[in-house]
Design a protein around this ligand. Structure first.
Ligand SMILES: NC(=O)c1ccc[n+]([C@@H]2O[C@H](COP(=O)([O-])OP(=O)(O)OC[C@H]3O[C@@H](n4cnc5c(N)ncnc54)[C@H](O)[C@@H]3O)[C@@H](O)[C@H]2O)c1
Length: 332
């Protein structure tokens, strides 16, 4: 069976770029999921990304208890996209989403931010995280970082017997909008950090800078993937030296079976669908249900309770947390 409800792949009429919108499910409610603007070797790689990421969004919404399904937008862009090309691409995204009649709304993802949402909003109302000055809830990354830190507390309490993060060491792979904020929310912890962008080297004073490869293999309590997905592979798992993995990057596993490899090595992996939900929990609460931002932050911090319950259920059954997450998402 074709597992997606709807797939739109078109050459953007204004930008000429491939504009891909995948709706995985609207069974729980309208689909939501960010807009990724990235370069790919081939547009089909962007399509594969949109399909995988939209399915992951369905799990993410279900695990967070949100009345939404999963969707995703991918714009396949050249690395040297001009400012005018970007405006045209965002307008194409807005037009494409508007034609879906409310079945899907987008927000920021890798390569896009609130100013892009403003451009999308010139063509459709189905967009989250426009700047606060334009009536949106603004950048989603602070809430995603706060949710990740709540998850790290729950994970450390479960694994090390204390939620006190200042007693732990972390390797943060990716110092983008989310990764840098996570690092700043971990004062006192021993931090190893990395990014492919060398200009991030001095971003976190006091942290130990290393290469992405060494960061992945750092001898720390917790590895925090905060760059792109697919970092946990059958080749990477044997070289890991961390005790646990929990981070905001979407789709960290190259394939579902890699969760079992981590489990067999005794490395506790917190499913990214739970850890990374802070941004959508916050944006949907503030923009759709008009929850005051401070209250929305309490909802984001409940990610810790969700993850703690999931880790305990997995331990009780002796199975990887990913299996419990998948089962829970499928049954909700
Ligand atoms: N922004 C959000 O609210 C949000 C919400 C949920 C999930 N996520 C996920 O979290 C991750 C980070 O998101 P972001 O908004 O911070 O993106 P971002 O684009 O701001 O940051 C990504 C960072 O990763 C770095 N990077 C890319 N490839 C790398 C590699 N191979 N090794 C090391 N560093 C690398 C980039 O240079 C950049 O600094 C993504 O996977 C995203 O899908 C983000």
């Amino acid at each position: 069976m074709f597992p997606y409800e709807r797939l739109s792949v078109r050459r953007g009429p204004e930008s000429g770029l491939p504009i891909i919108v995948a709706i995985h499910s609207t069974a729980r409610g309208p689909a939501i999921g960010g807009c990724r603007l990235a370069s790919y070797p081939d547009w089909r790689d962007g399509l594969a990304d949109a399909l995988r990421l939209s399915a992951a969004m369905t799990d993410k919404c279900a695990l967070a208890g949100l009345p939404h399904g999963g969707g995703k937008t991918v714009v396949v862009a050249p690395p040297d996209l001009s400012p005018a090309g970007r405006v045209a691409a965002m307008h194409d995204v807005g037009t494409t989403i508007d034609e879906l009649g409310g079945a899907y709304a987008t927000g920021p993802d890798v390569g896009t931010g609130p100013s892009d949402m403003l451009l999308i909003g010139e063509r459709t109302d189905h967009v989250f995280c426009r700047p606060e000055s334009a009536g949106g809830s603004g950048d989603s990354s602070p809430a995603t970082a706060a949710g990740t830190v709540a998850a790290l507390r729950a994970l450390c309490e479960f694994r090390f017997g204390s939620p006190d993060l200042s007693r732990r060491s972390f390797a943060i792979l990716g110092l983008g909008r989310v990764g840098a904020q996570i690092a700043r929310l971990l004062p006192g912890s021993h931090l190893v950090v990395s990014d492919i962008d060398e200009s991030k080297r001095s971003l976190i004073p006091g942290a130990e800078w290393t290469s992405p490869e060494k960061c992945l293999q750092a001898d720390v309590d917790v590895l925090v993937p905060a760059a792109l997905g697919g970092v946990l592979t059958p080749a990477a798992v044997p070289a890991l030296r961390c005790t646990a993995v929990a981070g905001p990057a979407n789709n960290q596993l190259d394939a579902p079976a890699t969760a079992k490899l981590l489990h067999d090595r005794g490395i506790l992996w917190a499913p990214d669908a739970v850890v990374s939900a802070g941004g959508i929990i916050h944006a949907t609460a503030v923009e759709l249900r008009h929850v005051p931002p401070a209250e929305a932050l309490t909802l984001v911090e409940a990610i810790g309770d969700t993850l703690g319950a999931l880790l305990r259920a997995a331990a009780k059954d002796g199975i990887p947390p990913a299996e419990v997450a998948h089962r829970t998402a499928a049954n909700s």
